[in-house]
Design a protein around this ligand. Structure first.
Ligand code: FAD
Length: 476
């Protein structure tokens, strides 16, 4: 009469409804993590998320051990793997927290029927969102396509529940069931080991998530409304990867914000809204399963994208000659994360200055971000490209020099990641090609040798982008 609890995108013990239900059942509890890269449509995790997953599972395993429970690791298609495990553990019940990505939903639906056919009780619980995506509807009964009314509806209709406590004790399943060894999954990079910067930056796991939240509420989030745009400031929460792996829930964030009076102001309202954007992205994905591969606005199907592998590689490696773009791409490569303002700048640069398809950028982010998320990544790429829901208009083309000057005025961000130009003055830092020869010489910069010249001219690139855009508008 074992209860089998599944872990997937919810690598935590607190506020885990499936785990609580299992603990409350008073029956032996077995716990398993299933790595499913085989069910139809499942998108294999990128490298940075595999690194994170390895460490997060290590942390979860340790935490479960404090309750006397061993985490069983299995790999394979969800329905088949869980059915086999249920049989081996003699489970009469299987509990899990819901997923909302379309392939995850399909795989879980299939699993549920397989379990029920075998006479096993199968129950799912609310997962990692404040809202269940089918619950919030527009006046005409459809899904939302615009953020502001979505946010209004969310605030009005969703009253976030109090987060559930971590079970104090439960009855562990004592049977002898083997699982894979985590090392056998080879989630970590070997040669080259590119994860040094990730190790320095992050502490995957529930305790790491909690520590980030506390630091943010304890002064780290002061001035969030304006500081969140300053790329060289540590002014955002850094919670995205913890949220993506379910090491913390939005309910826990809401409760923490509610509990502190000084956090009631504008800063934290803005912060809540950002978390609201995450909800909106999931809402979009739930209702538009092809968000990562199809233009939300089909006018963009006719867009004349270029293909240029060399330009793509220069962008990926942070060798575009635009310091703010290069700093951002190197931050991504070194730490597995990039500041939100910087994400908008590099995405705009790829799509509008280089004319490359947003999907090529989305794929690079998918592989390199520790927070790569099936909803937020494509939704934001489409937002920048202009093809998305409630998107920025295509003709709004960021000028990387002005963005740098405005959001990195003292050049802290650029100097941290593009050390070869760190000795340039603030005045020339964001456009070294405008610096007098003498200033370059003094700063030890030799354009085209120690640091690239701009790979495209901003003005010309802008005009090309606008005429490409006109071609699809005229085709209407
Ligand atoms: P904070 O400023 O502390 O925000 C708190 C939380 O709100 C974040 O952790 C995140 O969960 C959510 N959030 C904030 N901004 C957004 C947003 N624009 N869209 C959705 N959720 C948001 N975010 C991801 O989590 N995964 C992605 O794969 C991802 N890809 C992106 C791609 C592009 C091109 C762009 C422009 C943005 C992308 N974002 C993505 C959104 C945003 O950049 C990150 O969520 C944010 O930078 C994470 O840092 P933080 O946790 O310190 O954010």
């Amino acid at each position: 009469n074992t209860v089998l609890v599944l872990f997937r995108h919810d690598l935590r013990l607190s506020d885990n409804l499936a785990l609580c239900a299992a603990a409350n059942a008073g029956r032996p509890v077995a716990a398993a993590f299933i790595l499913d890269e085989e069910s139809e449509g499942a998108r294999p995790l990128g490298g940075a998320r595999r690194w994170w997953l390895h460490h997060s599972l290590t942390a979860l395993s340790k935490d479960l051990k404090t309750l006397g429970v061993k985490l069983i690791l299995r790999r394979g298609p969800m329905a088949k793997t869980v059915s086999a495990l249920a049989e081996e553990t003699g489970a009469a019940t299987v509990y899990w927290n819901r997923r909302y990505d379309p392939p995850g939903i399909a795989a879980d639906t299939q699993m549920k029927s397989a379990l029920q056919e075998a006479g096993i009780e199968a129950e799912s619980f609310a997962g990692h969102l404040l809202h269940e995506p089918w619950r919030i509807k527009t006046g005409s009964g459809g899904p939302y396509r615009v953020f502001t009314p979505f946010w209004r509806a969310l605030v009005e209709h969703v009253h976030p529940r109090a987060p559930a406590d971590r079970p104090k004790s439960l009855k562990p399943f004592e049977g002898d069931v083997t699982g894979d060894a985590l090392e056998d999954w080879q989630l970590l990079p070997t040669t080259p080991d590119w994860a040094g910067g990730l190790r320095k930056t992050w502490t995957p796991g529930e305790a790491g998530a909690r520590a980030r939240l506390i630091a943010f509420l304890d002064g780290g989030g002061d001035g969030y409304k304006t500081r969140r745009d300053r790329m060289g400031d540590d002014g955002t929460s850094g919670l995205s990867a913890h949220l993506a792996h379910g090491e913390i829930t939005p309910f826990q964030i809401w409760q923490a914000l509610d509990g502190t009076e000084e956090l009631a102001g504008e800063d934290m309202l803005t912060f809540r809204k950002e978390v609201g954007w995450r909800e909106f992205c999931w809402h979009l994905l739930f209702h538009n399963p092809d968000l990562a591969t199809q233009n939300f606005n089909s006018d963009f199907d006719a867009f004349p994208w270029h293909r240029d592998d060399r330009a793509l590689a220069d962008w990926q490696r942070g060798q575009t000659g635009y310091p703010v773009v290069d700093a951002a791409m190197r931050q991504l490569w070194q730490t597995g994360w990039m500041h939100n303002r910087a994400r908008m700048i590099v995405a705009s640069f790829l799509v509008k200055h280089l004319g490359l398809h947003w999907r090529t950028g989305e794929e690079w982010f998918w592989d390199t971000l520790v927070d790569a998320d099936p909803a937020s990544n494509p939704a934001n790429w489409q937002w920048v490209a202009g093809s998305g829901a409630d998107a920025a208009p295509f003709f709004r083309i960021f000028n990387p020099v002005l963005q740098g000057e405005k959001f990195d005025p003292q050049g802290r961000y650029v100097r941290a990641f593009v050390p070869e130009i760190e000795n340039l003055s603030d005045k020339h830092l964001h456009q070294p090609w405008k610096a007098p020869v003498e200033a370059l010489r003094k700063a030890g910069v030799s354009l085209g040798e120690t640091y690239p010249r701009p790979m495209v001219d901003h003005k010309a690139a802008r005009e090309n982008a606008l005429s490409a855009y006109k071609s699809i508008r005229n085709a209407d």
